[in-house]
Design a protein around this ligand. Structure first.
Ligand code: FES
Length: 317
């Protein structure tokens, strides 16, 4: 269940998408941030925010293994046991951690510090065998390395830095970032400003963004900010579409699903058709190959004639 502040964050997430339902995966991560798992209340709140049924939300939440139905511990430790990791000792690592912690798949230690899982390929096969903590990668882990990692968690010590990225912050904090909201501590950054805007706090002084934090982490600016003129331009485009009796959601270029938010600011930008080189006009080449080049504008032949001549040339050849 979202707090008042998280509700504002959730609404800001929904506002990022032309179709509300597209925000479901980020919202489920936000539920995990708030509740430590995918709770029934969280499912109901996602359904209400996105105008979906609880069954639709539940179907998605149970499809992806990253969404946990049981309460997670402070850290989620995942051991990859797919092929590349298995042949380099991943199964032994997992078996050792299971025995050490007395846990089975997706179970949490009694002190609430670790949830353990084995995972399918985590996409870092060159670092096999791979262990992740809160989805941060520790590559080439021996059984002893993985045990030391778990010992540090159990002792409440600061974890060693992963192969790249910040020190694992805890699965709830990681879930906040996975929701697309940046690091939790970025309370005055662009994400928070967008959320404040969604909450209706317009017009005040814009707080300065905090510096990115965490070793190796550079927070991306993921919320575009638009000038008042740009917003007015977009609203005018939508109004024109509505005046024509159409729904802007259905019209590309007017806020619809396939619309770019705004055209490129590059004055030389030209939309490029699939199958053509940059700058090339879409059309049919003299060889009759779609997209291979434009037909000369003064060529009096029809497309059928060009195609027939192309066929003849290839038969002659
Ligand atoms: S098989 Fe383990 S990361 Fe791909």
């Amino acid at each position: 269940m979202f707090s008042e502040q998280l509700r504002g964050r959730a609404e800001a997430l929904v506002d990022r998408y032309p179709q509300k339902r597209s925000a479901l995966l980020p919202l489920l991560h936000l539920v995990q941030h708030a509740d430590g798992h995918i709770s029934e209340d969280g499912i109901a709140e996602c359904a209400e925010l996105l105008e979906l049924t609880k069954a639709e939300v539940g179907a998605v939440a149970t499809f992806y293994t990253m969404y946990k139905r049981g309460e997670m511990g402070r850290h989620l430790v995942s051991v990859c046991t797919s092929f590349s990791c298995a042949v380099r000792g991943g199964a032994e690592v997992y078996d050792r951690l299971k025995a050490k912690l007395g846990l089975a798949q997706n179970e949490t230690s009694a002190d609430g510090s670790i949830t353990l899982e084995h995972a399918e390929c985590l996409g870092n096969c060159e670092g096999a065998p791979l262990v992740t903590v809160d989805y941060l990668n520790y590559e080439c882990q021996s059984v002893a390395d993985a045990e030391a990692l778990v010992d540090a968690i159990l002792a409440g010590e600061t974890l060693p830095p992963p192969t790249r990225g910040p020190v694992p912050p805890g699965i709830r904090e990681a879930s906040y970032r996975l929701a697309g909201l940046g690091p939790v501590e970025d309370a005055d950054g662009p994400i928070a400003r967008a959320a404040a805007k969604a909450e209706g706090h317009h017009g005040g002084p814009t707080p300065a963004a905090t510096a990115p934090s965490g070793p190796g982490w550079v927070a991306p600016e993921v919320i575009p900010t638009f000038s008042e003129a740009e917003v007015a331009e977009r609203e005018a485009a939508k109004a024109a579409v509505r005046a024509a009796g159409l729904d802007p959601e259905d019209v590309a270029g007017a806020g619809g699903p396939s619309a770019r938010e705004f055209p490129s600011r590059d004055p030389d930008f030209e939309a490029q058709e699939p199958g053509t080189a940059p700058g090339e006009k879409p059309g049919r080449s003299a060889a009759g190959i779609p997209g291979a080049g434009a037909a000369p504008e003064d060529d009096p032949r029809t497309e059928e004639q060009v195609e027939a001549e192309g066929d003849e040339e290839s038969t002659d050849g």
